[in-house]
Design a protein. Sequence first.
Length: 117
Amino acid sequence: MNLEALESYLAAKKGACKEFPFGEEAMVYKVAGKMFALAAHQETPLRLTLKATPEDALGYRAIYPCVREGYYMNKKHWNTVTLDGTMEDRVLERMIDESYGLVVAGLSKKERAALEE
């Protein structure tokens, strides 16, 4: 997945917004002010950090060499994926969906309702 396709997929999530809170090198996608994806978009290959359940985080790392513990993140809940072409886009999209879903599930009832408006 290239940067354009990645940004398009992330931006299509309901309520998603792009920010650069850590400087121009770290592109962050948030929902209701909570991060669900962080992209090292100026790196070659691209790197994307995503939230996961502890079990899934370990599972992805065991299956895919391009998935490692979250860079500068809580290693139990975050993975960093190097987009080097070894992972199918559908798997990466599923990881993005799961990250977004975990963050949305952690929002307050009011915040979740606001996403539905």
